[in-house]
Design a protein around this ligand. Structure first.
Ligand code: GDP
Ligand code: MG
Length: 306
């Protein structure tokens, strides 16, 4: 007879993180993965694209799909985002519904809940009540009930604080237990190759959003034109910041190119931390009127497939 407890069986699964903008999805993914993966910003909708972050432990691998904010469609992009939410909910094992427990459920939360209720497949549902650091015990209990009442499927629920790290161990355990026994999908090398480009684009966009404050809000997108390894261990990245109007281009470049330089410096530092090597970053700004309605650009940004 072998000694000691039996080796637990390895579990792995796809976890879709859903929730309306600003509830803390990016903050949570970053906290869980311990590195900067999704863009975090105090403004809603920084995360537009479907992104993956992967958490690998000795016992399990969780592949997070960071879905864009679920909201009602306005223009073409809005519609695509909603399609993408539907898509993200296909082929997944666990839905992690993140809510801002500091607020009462809103119309948008009802909308999210109704989508989750429409899921046909058997999928585990975890309701994480975020920002619980802002609440007293009684309000926590009340909010857990208010949000829980919106769901008719079976679910598990847990209060967390993504920003403080409270409850994240328990949440991880809950997610792992909800996954099937299955070998890991990715090894660490693959993870790096697959996502560095996307992460770089997000970090550039985040740097621009922070430095520009509210001047060029969501009319901005980042395309990675080139991402090459140079022999001297330097990553060379060329990227284009797309804006919709000449006036916005002027603001992004700044007088004498000062703003663009600042964005580049700030983004380069973040990317270097993420990729763990030196980065040479070349940024351009381009006006592309109405890019949010351009099929070609939306496809390049990964919002749309053929
Ligand atoms: P996302 O749009 O869902 O990705 O939300 P973000 O991760 O960008 O977070 C939105 C805002 O909520 C940011 O200002 C975060 O700092 C803040 N936030 C996220 N998690 C927490 C939390 O646990 N507690 C508090 N107090 N604030 C949080
Ligand atoms: Mg986000």
């Amino acid at each position: 007879m072998p000694n000691g407890p039996p080796m637990p069986e390895f579990r792995s699964g796809f976890v879709a993180v859903v929730g309306r903008p600003n509830v803390g999805k990016s903050t949570l993914i970053n906290a869980l993965l311990g590195q900067k993966v999704a863009a975090v910003s105090p403004r809603p909708q920084t995360t537009r694209r479907r992104q993956l972050g992967i958490l690998t432990t000795e016992a399990a691998q969780l592949i997070f799909v960071d879905t864009p904010g679920i909201h009602r469609p306005r223009h073409q992009l809005g519609q695509l985002l909603n399609q993408e939410v539907e898509e993200a909910l296909r082929g997944i094992d666990v839905v992690l519904w993140l809510v801002d427990a500091a607020l009462e459920p809103s119309q948008e939360d009802l909308y999210v809940a109704s989508r989750l209720d429409r899921l046909e497949r058997v999928v585990s549902l975890v309701l994480a009540l975020n920002k619980s650091d802002l609440l007293d015990r009684a309000t926590r209990t009340e909010r857990a009930a208010q949000y829980g009442n919106l769901l008719h499927h079976e679910f598990m629920s847990i209060p967390i604080s993504a920003i403080r790290g409270d409850g994240l161990k328990d949440l991880t355990g809950m997610l792992i237990r909800a996954c099937p026994v299955r070998p890991a999908e990715y090894d660490e090398e693959q993870l790096t190759d697959l996502f560095e480009r996307d992460i770089a684009a997000d970090l550039i966009r985040e740097a621009a959003l922070i430095l520009l404050r509210d001047e060029v809000p969501h009319a901005m997108a980042v395309l990675i034109d080139e991402f090459k390894e140079r022999t001297n261990g330097v990553a060379y990245i060329a990227a284009t910041i797309l804006v919709e109007r000449d006036s916005q281009k002027g603001i992004v470049i700044g007088s004498g190119g000062k703003m663009l330089k600042q964005i580049g410096t700030s983004a380069r530092r973040e990317i270097e931390t993420m990729v763990g090597r030196k980065v040479f970053l070349e940024l351009r700004v381009k006006v592309e009127k109405d890019w949010r309605n351009s099929d070609a650009i939306l496809r390049r940004l990964g919002y749309k497939r053929d």
